[in-house]
Ligand binder design. Structure first.
Ligand code: SAH
Length: 204
């Protein structure tokens, strides 16, 4: 069931021990994951699906998908410390029979399978402009559909880019989530980030 209890369970998982600024490591809040999973369920169906999570960090999104009925989940994450946390979280959540964490840069990831949907929260490109571009490209190669979070204001860019990649892109919601001031350049203790929930669908 994709409900508030699932969101709370995801929030209780371990976070990044020392978040890395260059990789834009923020945990995706459970409530935001709940919305992403509901959109994936509605648009693509999650029951016994194959799900990919690129830039999986602590594994929360993939774990959420596994708990929501996905039969096969692959989480891809470049940072070995985050991978350790994700693997620990996977065991804690009891989904290790259907979730694999792969340590790889998304740009080098070669999917062995075709996935039903990619659900992800890639870096927004605050540190490196366009950091989320390879994520969408790889996601569209590896799966029929994508549900992902991007910085609010980039929706029109993604609509155009999707067309070039042979896909459609629709904005299905906006979320504002708190990010704790974990980095020295954040002045206030809590900042908010506005993000758009985008759904990409490959045109066949
Ligand atoms: N959903 C995750 C957070 C995602 S934050 C959670 O809740 O824990 C974005 C993630 O993308 C970070 O973990 C970061 O390490 C990872 N990342 C950044 N660049 C990457 C790349 N090139 N390849 C794979 N992962 C990357």
């Amino acid at each position: 069931m994709i409900d508030r209890r699932l969101a709370m369970k995801l929030d209780e998982l371990d976070g990044f021990p020392e978040p890395k600024l260059s990789l834009e490591q923020y945990e995706t809040p459970g409530e935001v994951i709940r919305v992403l999973l509901s959109v994936a369920e509605r648009e693509f169906g999650l029951e016994c699906s194959r799900v990919l999570d690129l830039g999986a960090g602590t594994g929360r999104i993939g774990i959420g998908a596994a708990l929501a009925g996905a039969c096969e989940v692959t989480c891809v994450e470049v940072d070995s410390e985050a991978v350790k946390v994700a693997r620990r979280n996977v065991k804690r959540a009891g989904v290790e029979d259907r979730l694999e964490v792969v340590e790889a840069d998304v740009r080098d990831f070669e999917p062995e399978d075709q996935y039903d949907v990619t659900i992800m929260n890639p870096p927004f490109g605050a540190q490196r402009r366009g950091a989320d571009r390879p994520f969408v490209e790889v996601a569209l190669e590896a799966s029929s559909g994508v549900v992902s979070l991007h910085r609010a204001g980039t929706e029109e860019f993604w609509k155009r880019r999707a067309r070039e990649l042979g896909a459609t892109c629709d904005t299905v919601g906006l979320v504002r989530f708190p990010v704790p001031a974990m980095y020295p350049h954040h002045r206030s203790r809590i900042r908010h980030v506005d993000a758009a929930i985008l759904v990409f669908k490959k045109i066949d």
